[in-house]
Design a binder for this molecule. Structure first.
Ligand SMILES: C[S@@+](CC[C@H](N)C(=O)[O-])C[C@H]1O[C@@H](n2cnc3c(N)ncnc32)[C@H](O)[C@@H]1O
Length: 273
């Protein structure tokens, strides 16, 4: 849908009607055509693991994902207003492969970046964004999990059944320490997703202060990595993290997508059991 038309409709109709129209449009233009075409079309991610050349368990799991084939996780996240699998990004195809078998477990899930509408914050989602969309998506996908989140914008913090959120500026090491000192966050996380400030410095700052929070078997994901920073990530993963954390598997994953050649990239880290 063209932006101007979308904005016009959004202002004219009540939010539930707008969301229903968006959902019908997405299913007919993206989900169903891709589902059918994926019977014959395959698009596998490019995966680089660290330490380079080592055979890691996560490699085959990631390489075998067809990022062209939408999954149930794409539908659930899109329904809540998240962009993790709506077409511009295809992360929920990879997440389905990694997380589907864990869905009934009482996990601790944390996502940085709730999604602000305030244009004064970096990586604001604009007026159409729904703050907390992905946290609500995780809650639905993992019915036994506790879901936590954090953001620099105090205006979007909220608390609901099985969801609790906190302030954090990921560029501030003290704020990251204070976040992980929160009583309810003790004991570590099974899943940590960084979808906050999409800069190399912001990602590294949060990773440095948070990787130790990952439980054995847990997975840490950095989303929306810009193409221009891929070489910096390769260097950092090989020379710093893979050496400092020998019990973790590190992968840089480029998801092919003809619509998005900019930031459809992930860093995925698994701590071994
Ligand atoms: C793309 S939005 C997150 C979308 C959300 N994760 C979702 O999927 O629904 C990015 C968020 O990062 C937050 N952010 C920007 N700079 C930040 C920082 N320095 N520390 C923490 N969060 C930050 C913004 O306020 C915004 O809410």
């Amino acid at each position: 849908m063209k932006m101007a038309t979308r904005e016009w409709i959004r202002r004219k109709v009540p939010p539930p009607v707008f969301q229903l129209a968006q959902s019908c449009w997405w299913h007919s233009r993206f989900y169903i055509p891709h589902l059918i075409a994926s019977c014959v079309v395959r698009r596998n991610p490019k995966v680089q693991v660290f330490p380079a050349g080592r055979h890691l368990g996560i490699t085959e799991q990631l390489c075998s994902v067809n990022v062209f084939a939408p999954t149930e996780m794409c539908r659930t996240m899109t329904k809540h207003g998240s962009d993790k699998g709506q077409g511009w990004h295809n992360y929920t195809t990879v997440y389905f492969a990694l997380f589907n078998e864990l869905r009934r477990r009482p996990l601790q899930i944390f996502e940085l970046g709730l999604g602000t509408n305030n244009p004064n914050h970096a990586f604001s989602m604009g007026s159409n964004g729904r703050p907390g969309a992905s946290l609500r998506g995780w809650r639905e996908l993992f019915p036994q999990a506790l879901v936590y989140g954090a953001d620099i914008d105090r205006g979007v913090l909220f608390e609901e059944d099985r969801i609790k959120t906190f302030y954090c500026d990921q560029l501030d090491k003290g704020a990251i320490r204070q976040l992980w000192a929160q009583p309810v966050l003790q004991g570590g996380m099974d899943l940590i997703i960084d979808d906050g400030l999409h800069t190399f410095e912001g990602n590294i700052s949060f990773l440095d202060g948070s990787l130790e929070q990952l439980r054995p078997g847990g997975i840490y994901v950095v989303e929306d990595i810009f193409r221009q920073t891929i070489q910096r990530w390769y260097h950092r993963l090989e020379t710093v993290y893979a050496r400092q954390f020998p019990y973790h598997e590190f992968a840089f994953v480029e998801l092919p997508n003809s619509a998005n050649k900019d930031d459809n990239n992930l860093v995925i880290i698994r701590r071994r059991q």
